[in-house]
Design a protein around this ligand. Structure first.
Ligand code: AMP
Ligand code: GLY
Length: 424
């Protein structure tokens, strides 16, 4: 088979690495890819939102399967564009990707179908939001309705902060049109867990659990980022919690989407909070998580291409998902200053150390080749260093050891990824 992956970050590198192992795959392309992905796929310089060029390329190369990985093209209808061109693509269509693309949609869906989540109100005007806030309980969480790179969520401790939040989202439009509508949500406390799943429209199969670290600095301080590191499995995601979520969250979500005439095929990523009252959905994503994928796929035994095909064909009930009985930790090596201002273009050294190191992986998030063919930094998140181990402790020690193998100017990482494990 000829396969095309759309995307160019750490998640796509992990997917490409896994897809390349499938005996079914004879040729792998990635658009646009990056310097790490170039080791396992032929990178093609087409942007993820350029559907015309992407579909033309897929037709010309007779691509058998395209995997659309990032949220923006999914929400904008990339899979519909491929299908309209007579091509096979993995991922939710536009009408289903709305599960992530609109927080108001997902909250209304959960309310309608009784899926546990925080209480909320939706506002289309700043005046209405401000009036509501006058008498609301604090802290409160304000969320831009649309896609905002995971950053459109404000936790407001006081009425003053909440008023400023409305200004930031709805008037200053810090996240553009994503903030035309906002959701104001009850503040919850508890541990967060990410659960990824494959969905074929009707059936759902859960992968293993993971936990992300979204804040930029140690001790969960600093700004929200795309994710600074992950571990899998989460020791807090017990069998009892899993059973509850299967009954009240996972299958009910798939059924609700079908009921709404928005059959979901692809990946659903459940962002959960384990509250005192039980698990609650924080958010849905309609795609693999980044950097959750970098700890989940190295533990997966199945041929990923076979599972993707089963999702498209509606035969996921015939697949038996299998994961290694081990653990993985991913530490993100970022550019100092991320997620705000940072420099790019620094040479990355030491990558060759990973070549023959079994159980150690370096997934590139923001890298490219410079004019001299050297691999240089090209983003806020630069690399994701993953190590697997018999247990989380071993994996954590391995990931931090391997994080020292690579060097580049302005290298920055958190030092407490997976530290929570010690409390489990
Ligand atoms: P989201 O993009 O909706 O997952 O929100 C980003 C982050 O904000 C989450 O990972 C949580 O840490 C936090 N968050 C979101 N909603 C809530 C809530 N209702 N209560 C407490 N924290 C929240
Ligand atoms: N790591 C969180 C996300 O992919 O949205």
């Amino acid at each position: 088979m000829k396969v095309l992956i759309v995307g160019g970050g750490g998640r796509e590198h992990a997917i490409a690495w896994k897809v390349a192992q499938s005996p079914k795959v004879e040729k792998l392309y990635c658009a646009p890819g990056n310097a790490g992905i170039a080791r396992v796929a032929e990178c093609v310089n087409i942007g993820v939102m350029d559907f015309e060029k992407l579909t033309a390329f897929a037709k010309e190369k007779e691509i058998d399967l395209t995997i659309v990985a990032p949220d923006d093209p999914l929400a904008a209808g990339a899979v519909d564009a491929f299908e309209a061109a007579g091509l096979r693509a993995f991922g939710p269509r536009k009408d289903a990707a709305i599960l992530e693309g609109s927080k108001a949609f997902s909250k209304d869906l959960m309310k309608k179908y009784g899926i546990p989540t925080a209480a909320y109100e939706t506002f289309d005007s700043p005046e209405a939001a401000l009036t509501y806030l006058e008498t609301a309980d604090m802290p409160i969480v304000l969320k831009a309705d649309g896609l905002a790179l995971g950053k459109g969520v404000l936790i407001c401790n006081t009425l003053k902060e909440a008023r400023e939040g409305v200004r930031t989202l709805m008037l200053d439009k810090q996240f553009g049109s994503a903030g035309n509508r906002i959701v104001a949500e009850e503040f919850m406390t508890g541990r967060e867990v990410s659960v990824l799943s494959f969905v074929d429209g009707k059936n759902i199969q859960i992968m293993t659990s993971a936990q992300d670290h979204k804040r930029a600095k140690d001790g969960d301080q600093g700004l929200n980022t795309g994710g600074m590191g992950t571990f899998s499995p989460s020791p807090f995601y017990t069998e009892e919690i899993d059973a509850f979520c299967r009954e009240h969250i996972y299958q009910p979500t798939v059924d609700a989407m079908r009921e709404e005439g928005r059959e979901f095929k692809g990946i659903i990523f459940f962002g959960l909070m384990l509250t005192e009252k039980g698990p609650r959905v924080l958010e849905y994503n309609a795609r693999f998580g980044d950097p959750e994928t970098q700890v989940v796929l190295p533990r997966m035994k199945n041929d990923l291409v076979e599972v993707f095909e089963a999702c498209i064909d509606g035969t996921l009930d015939q697949v038996q998902l299998e994961f290694e009985d081990n653990a993985a930790v991913c530490v993100v090596l970022a550019s100092e200053g991320y997620p705000e201002h940072y420099e790019k273009g620094y040479v990355i050294s030491g990558l060759e150390r990973f070549e023959n190191a079994k159980g150690y992986y370096v997934f590139h998030a923001g890298s490219k080749f410079d004019e001299e063919g050297r691999t240089v930094t090209n983003g806020g998140r630069v690399l994701g260093v993953t190590a697997v181990g018999r247990d989380l402790k071993e994996a954590r020690a391995g990931a931090y050891q391997a994080a020292e193998w690579v060097e580049f100017d302005n290298k920055y990482m958190r030092h407490d990824i997976g530290k929570a494990i010690e409390e489990a």
